[in-house]
Design a binder for this molecule. Structure first.
Ligand code: ADP
Ligand code: ASP
Ligand code: MG
Length: 420
C-alpha cells in the first residue's frame, strides 16, 4: 500500500462544492487502495480577510496573535473536508498542526518546521482512515500556534510527505502544472512535464508563487518527488492519467533539459530600490551601509556599487517592498549621517524579471539576448544580477508585463520544443 500526500490550495477549497470535489478525488485514491494524507489551505480569500481585520484593529498587529488568527482558516478547511469524505462513506479524521504535532521554531508569521511526530497519523492510516492535516501552521515548544508564511501549506505538505516517507507529494492547484512563466500574464506560456529541482528552486525564489520556496527546499533536502497538478479536472476521471499529469520536479538532469538555454521566466513586484549618492569611497563602505540594514533584520537582494569618481561613489541595493519603509528610515537616520553621503534616493516602483535555466551553464550570449530584447522594447535596466542558472534585472514596474512577454517570445518559450 503506497502513501501519497495531497495538498489543495485556496481556490481548490474555495466553496462547499469545491470541497466536495476534493473529497471525491481523495475518495478515488483511497478506494484504489492508497493511503492518503491531505493538507488543505484555507478557503480562498480567507487568510487575507483575517489579516485585514487584524490590521483594522492594530496598525502593526502582534505577530503571535496574528498566527492565532490566521491559522483558523485552515482549521475550517480540514473539518469541512473530513465531513465531506465521511458523507462519501470514507472514514476520515482531521487534525490541527498542534495536534499532530508539527513542531516549529518560534518565529511567528514565518516559522520553520523542525519535526513532525507521525504516530497518530500512522495509527489512523493503519485503521484505513484518510488523515487531513491543516496546512500553514505548527506549534512551538511553548505550545504557541505558529504559521509558516504566505503560501506555507505547500511547505506543510512536502514536509509531511518527507517525514512519512510518502511515494509522492501532489500539489493540486488552480493551474495544471508549472509553466514557462505565469500563464495569467503570458497566455502563450507552456506547461513543462518535468522541471529540474534547481530550476524550480530559482523560479520560486525569484517570485513564481506556484510553490512556496521552502517547500522546494524541503523537496530537495529529502529528495521528495513532488508534482504540481490541477484540482479543477473531473475528480472521478482516470487515476492513471491523473498520476502522470502536471509537472514533476525531478532530481535527475537529462540531456534534453540542458539543450534549452532558458526554461522559464520569473518575476516579482515585491521589490524596492535604495541608493546612496556620493558616498566617500573607502574600504568598509559596503559594511557601513549594509551592516545597519542587516541589524534591522532587513534582507538585501541585488547590490550595485559604481566606479568611484573624484573619491566618491554611488551605492544601490534592493529590498523586499514590505521592508521598504523601514529600510528608508535606517538609511536616512543612521547610515547617511554616519557615512557622509550626499543624498538618499529611493524608488518602490521597481520590479525584478529573471530568466532561469540550467542550460545557461553551457550556452553563451543568453544574458546579452535578454538585454537586447529589453532595449528593443525601450526598457531601461537599472540593475543586473547573475548566477550560474539565472540572470535577473531590476526595471521600472510599469514595464514588468511587457518585459516578461517580450522575453518569453525572444527565448522561444512559446514554441513547442523549448527555447533557443
Ligand atoms: P494555491 O492557492 O493552489 O496555493 P497559488 O495561487 O499559490 O495557488 O499558486 C498558483 C498560481 O501560481 C497560479 O494560479 C499562477 O497564476 C501562479 N504562477 C506563477 N508563476 C507560475 C508558473 N511559472 N507556472 C504556473 N503557475 C504560476
Ligand atoms: N492560507 C495561507 C495563505 O493564504 C497558506 C496557503 O494558502 O498556502 O497564505
Ligand atoms: Mg500557494
Amino acid at each position: 500500500m503506497a502513501l501519497y500526500v495531497h495538498k489543495y490550495g485556496g481556490t481548490s477549497m474555495g466553496s462547499v462544492e469545491r470541497i466536495q470535489n476534493v473529497a471525491r478525488r481523495v475518495a478515488k485514491w483511497h478506494q484504489a487502495g492508497h493511503q492518503v494524507v491531505v493538507v488543505p489551505s484555507a478557503m480562498s480569500g480567507e487568510t487575507n480577510r483575517l489579516l485585514g481585520m487584524a490590521r483594522e484593529i492594530q496598525k502593526n498587529p502582534d505577530p503571535r496573535e496574528l498566527d492565532m488568527l490566521a491559522s483558523t482558516g485552515e482549521q475550517v478547511s480540514v473539518a469541512l473536508l473530513s465531513m465531506a469524505l465521511q458523507e462519501l462513506g470514507v472514514a476520515a479524521r482531521s487534525y490541527a498542526g498542534w495536534q499532530v504535532p508539527i513542531r516549529t521554531d518560534s518565529a511567528f508569521n514565518k516559522a520553520r518546521i523542525q519535526s513532525i511526530d507521525d504516530a497518530r497519523v500512522r495509527a489512523d492510516l493503519d485503521a484505513n482512515k484518510v488523515v487531513i492535516i491543516t496546512g500553514f501552521q505548527g506549534v512551538d515548544d511553548q505550545n504557541n500556534i505558529t504559521t509558516l508564511g504566505r503560501g506555507g501549506s505547500d511547505t506543510s505538505a512536502v514536509a509531511v510527505a518527507a517525514a512519512m516517507g510518502a511515494v509522492e507529494c501532489l500539489i493540486y492547484t488552480d493551474v495544471d502544472g508549472v509553466y514557462t512563466t505565469d500563464p495569467r500574464v503570458v497566455p502563450e506560456a507552456r506547461r513543462m512535464n518535468v522541471i529540474s529541482f534547481e530550476e524550480m528552486l530559482e523560479m520560486a525564489s525569484l517570485g513564481s508563487k506556484v510553490l512556496q520556496i521552502r517547500s522546494v527546499e524541503f523537496a530537495g533536502r529529502y529528495r521528495m518527488p513532488t508534482r504540481v497538478l490541477s484540482s479543477l479536472t473531473d475528480p472521478t476521471g482516470s487515476l492513471a492519467e491523473e498520476m502522470a499529469s502536471g509537472t514533476l520536479i525531478t532530481f535527475e538532469e537529462d540531456e534534453k533539459m540542458e539543450t534549452a538555454a532558458v526554461s522559464g521566466i520569473a518575476f516579482s513586484r515585491d521589490e524596492a530600490k535604495l541608493t546612496l549618492l556620493a558616498v566617500p569611497d573607502k574600504p568598509g563602505i559596503a559594511h557601513s551601509i549594509l551592516g545597519p540594514i542587516a541589524a534591522a533584520n532587513i534582507d538585501v537582494d541585488v547590490i550595485v556599487q559604481n566606479q568611484s569618481v573624484a573619491g566618491t561613489t554611488d551605492f544601490s541595493f534592493t529590498v523586499n517592498r514590505a521592508e521598504y519603509n523601514r529600510a528608508v528610515e535606517v538609511l536616512t537616520k543612521e547610515v547617511q549621517p554616519a557615512v557622509g553621503a550626499r543624498e538618499v534616493v529611493t524608488d518602490d516602483k521597481v520590479c525584478k524579471v529573471s530568466i532561469v535555466g540550467i542550460g545557461m551553464r553551457s550556452h553563451v550570449g543568453i544574458a546579452s539576448l535578454m538585454f537586447q530584447t529589453l532595449s528593443q522594447e525601450g526598457i531601461n535596466i537599472q540593475m543586473i544580477s547573475t548566477s550560474e542558472i539565472k540572470t535577473s534585472v531590476i526595471i521600472a514596474d510599469k514595464y514588468m508585463e511587457l518585459a516578461v512577454r517580450a522575453l518569453h517570445k525572444a527565448f522561444g518559450l512559446d514554441q513547442p520544443g523549448g527555447s533557443l
